[in-house]
Write a protein that binds this ligand. Structure first.
Ligand SMILES: Cc1ncc(COP(=O)(O)O)c(C=O)c1O
Length: 397
């Protein structure tokens, strides 16, 4: 039987592969510190868990409309009004199985065979795979610490061709935890808008970024580009990774196409998760999530100090999310070998740069500091001994 070409071509998400290996080692009784997975250890806010228990009270929990529960979409629109001062018609919001399904829908709705989608290198690996799986071309532009590992207007303008249909940005970014300065985001979006291209802005880590100096909440692209496509999720800020719930905000013209795709691909996102997620916007839940953000800032400090002590440079300090992206060239190893040895020999799981694009594939490693302070301290101590010993190969290497 014939396997589809796209299935043969698709690459694994190495972070998930390495985390599965770490889990296997833990199951065998080995003490592994898992710093490879982008998943906060806090769990959903208590009010959300309570709402989930109530949702399980015998209700039929039928399908919701394909675009999502009207009540949750209203709550999301209210949240944008309160946080960003922008009016979003709930009809433009689609609730999805995580940001992942939002990305699938948006890319399917906007990308034809041969279309070019510009994105930063390094950036979130699934974006490249999703674009290529619909026959599009992921145009990955090498970035450096000088541009905070983000796109800028000149870089985007230089890569533009008549096949360019979208620019994808995640701010803050995975794997670097660095934001695109808001003025530059505006400039990149203006350029794409002037040239008739979609702006797909992933704000999944936006509420986990440091507030600007004026003390206002971090700004959404919708404040300057109301027709940008915004991707977001309950996974990270609300600590609800396994609940599989996210959303996209669509420009008017995409609502009908995305609704038809959503009906065919998914029918709808999980009904109980949608009911419970409404409690995420309760002021008590939001206050708790803000405390958790501050805890992540404290963890970031521990990690940056630890990496500096070990001699593993972070080219540009993260200002959000929960990732530090450090350079391992000083160890004499490529990033893949460094991660392999760190797992086998030091029992610390990390994600090699090759997940995030060719530019830093061999040179950089992502550490997720979404784990507890104790785990971070232990993981850093192990890495310090490992590097001081010359990064020895472990038994299985
Ligand atoms: C930038 C970015 N976008 C989207 C996702 C997908 O998140 P989810 O499907 O859990 O909402 C992730 C997950 O790590 C991510 O880092």
């Amino acid at each position: 039987m014939k396997l589809a070409e796209r299935a043969q071509r698709i690459e694994p998400f190495h972070a998930m592969d390495i985390t599965r290996r770490a889990a296997d080692m833990i199951a065998r009784g080995e003490r592994v510190v898992t710093l490879s997975v982008g998943e906060p250890d806090f769990g959903a806010p208590p009010l959300v868990r309570e709402a989930m228990r109530e949702a399980m009270d015998g209700r039929p929990l039928a399908y919701t409309p394909a675009m999502g529960s009207p009540a949750l979409r209203r709550d999301i629109a209210d949240f944008y009004r309160a946080r960003h001062g922008v009016e979003v018609d709930p009809a433009r919001i689609v609730v999805t199985s995580g940001a992942s399904a939002a990305l699938v829908l948006v890319i399917a709705a906007t990308t034809d065979v041969g279309d070019e989608v510009i994105m930063a290198d390094p950036s979130y690996p699934c974006n490249r795979q999703l674009v290529e799986s619909v026959g599009g071309r992921a145009v990955t532009l090498a970035t450096t610490p000088a541009s905070r590992f983000q796109l800028d207007r000149d870089l985007v303008a230089g890569a533009w061709t008549e096949r360019t249909t979208s620019v994808m940005i995640a701010t803050p970014s995975n794997p670097t935890g660095t934001s695109l300065p808001f003025g530059e985001l505006d400039a990149v979006c203006s350029l794409a808008r002037e040239r008739g291209a979609w702006r797909i802005v992933d704000e999944i880590y936006l509420y986990l970024s440091d507030p600007p100096v004026d003390g206002r909440p971090p700004r959404s692209v919708l404040e300057v580009d109301p027709d940008a496509i915004v991707i977001n999720s309950f996974s990270k800020y609300f600590g609800m990774t396994g609940w599989r719930l996210g959303w996209a905000i669509l420009p008017e013209g995409l609502v009908g196409p995305v609704e038809r795709l959503a009906m065919n691909y998914f029918l709808c996102a999980s009904a109980p998760a949608q009911i419970a997620a409404r409690a995420a916007f309760h002021p008590d839940s939001l206050a708790l999530c803000e405390d958790r953000r501050l805890e992540l800032v404290a963890r970031r400090r521990i990690v940056l100090e630890g990496l500096a002590r070990i001699g593993l440079p972070v080219g540009v300090d993260p200002d959000g999310a929960f990732y530090a992206y450090f350079d391992v060239t000083g160890t004499g190893l490529d990033a893949g070998t460094f991660c392999e040895r760190a797992l086998v020999s030091a029992h610390v799981s990390l994600t090699p740069g090759r997940d995030f694009g060719p530019a830093t594939a061999d040179t950089h490693v992502r550490l997720s500091y979404a784990s507890s302070r104790e785990d971070l301290a232990e993981g850093l101590a192990r890495l310090e001994r490992f590097v001081a010993a010359g990064c020895p190969a472990g038994d299985d290497d």
